[in-house]
Design a protein around this ligand. Structure first.
Ligand SMILES: Nc1nc2c(c(=O)[nH]1)N[C@H]1C(S)=C(S)[C@@H](COP(=O)(O)O)O[C@H]1N2
Ligand SMILES: [Mo]
Length: 336
């Protein structure tokens, strides 16, 4: 145990167990305490004492948006956007509070129940974004301006984390294809590289330098142009709260959740397949393509079923997360 801390973090076996098997890692807990502000300290202690994590993290019932330190007002006047009936899947939408208190956002913490407390001091405006690289007309503007100039729509998507939990949530956003059309990719552009913010002063998890920060992700250009690929600017009819990746994130619903990179500062068109944070750390576990596939187990657990985060129900995982009619053609045609 003594050398656990010096091991690269991705070799710690508890790191990516399924939530059912998750237990409070005392060492991670102590490490978090070192970074936590006095305001969050009480919450972590309460969590450690065995209090229900949801009870610790939940905002006050009936709290006005202005009282929630994670609420965003970026382009607020554009919400709620009309729901696109094409993306209205059967199944109950996940409870909003559950989704807002069970997050993966490693820049803040590796503990899903703590993210929404650690994001309070994260500043999301002003927020410069650039769309650059192999394009005819690069863009550099504030997220507010970008969201204001794009038509927003709401889409209810399934969302499946590689850790075998899942949710069904209404995102607000615009297809990435619409943005790429504006910047006009050059013929040499074959991939899109996404980069998250880099602010260790505001994001305590970034002080763990065993991760190749900033968080980066990537898609093939044809995947990026697929009509399903959304630039997310909101969730549940409001601008994205900080813990969900404000002010802008990706939503790639047929791939495991880690491809849906949060709090983006750069979208870059490139010629070669870009390195990504997770593939760099563990290529066998988190490969670049990472399409949801129940028949291909993660090296350490099955992907055949998934757990819905609010009800706890276990349901069958679907090939391409149920989006084969949109994307199977990108991978040789098997719709599952
Ligand atoms: N920048 C950044 N983006 C990220 C992550 C992260 O740690 N950092 N985690 C990913 C993973 S593993 C998942 S499952 C989703 C979770 O999104 P949610 O918290 O909004 O549900 O965000 C993805 N995007
Ligand atoms: Mo994930």
């Amino acid at each position: 145990m003594a050398n656990l801390r010096s091991k690269p973090s991705w070799e710690i076996p508890e790191r990516h167990v399924t939530p059912e098997k998750f237990f409070w890692n005392r060492r991670q807990f102590l490490r978090q305490l070192g970074f936590a502000s006095s305001a969050t300290l009480g919450a972590f202690v309460a969590g450690c004492d065995g209090a229900k994590p949801e009870a610790v993290a939940a905002p006050k019932p009936g709290a006005k948006p202005s009282e929630d330190p994670n609420a965003s007002t970026v382009a607020l006047s554009k919400y709620p956007a009309a729901r696109n009936p094409e993306f209205n899947i059967p199944g109950r939408v996940t409870d909003q509070k559950e989704a807002a208190t069970y997050n993966n956002f490693y820049e803040f913490t590796t503990l899903k129940n703590g993210v929404n407390r650690l994001t309070h001091g994260f500043t999301i405006a002003p927020w410069q974004v650039e769309v650059s690289g192999l394009v005819e007309k690069p863009l550099r503007l504030d997220a507010e301006e970008l969201i204001s100039m794009m038509p927003l729509e709401e889409r209810v998507y399934r969302f499946r984390c590689v850790e075998a939990w899942a949710m069904i949530v209404p995102w607000t956003g615009f297809p990435l294809a619409k943005l790429l059309e504006k910047v006009q990719p050059k013929p040499e552009a074959k991939f899109v590289r996404f980069v998250s913010f880099n602010r260790p002063d505001q994001a305590p998890g970034m002080r763990d330098t065993s991760y190749p920060w900033p968080y980066t992700e990537g898609l093939r250009l044809d995947e990026a142009m697929n009509p399903l690929t959304l630039v997310g600017a909101g969730i549940y009819g409001k601008p994205l709260p900080k813990q969900h990746g404000a002010p802008l994130r990706m939503v790639v619903p047929w791939k495991y959740g880690y491809k849906s990179i949060k709090s983006i500062v750069k979208i870059e068109l490139v010629e070669k397949q870009p390195a990504t944070l997770w593939e760099t750390l563990a290529p066998d576990e988190y490969p670049f393509e990472s399409n949801v596939n129940p028949a291909v187990p993660h090296p350490r657990w099955s992907q055949a079923t998934e757990r819905l985060i609010d009800s706890g129900d276990r349901v069958r995982t679907q090939l391409y997360n149920g989006y084969g009619s949109y994307v199977a053609k990108l991978y040789g045609g098997n719709k599952g």
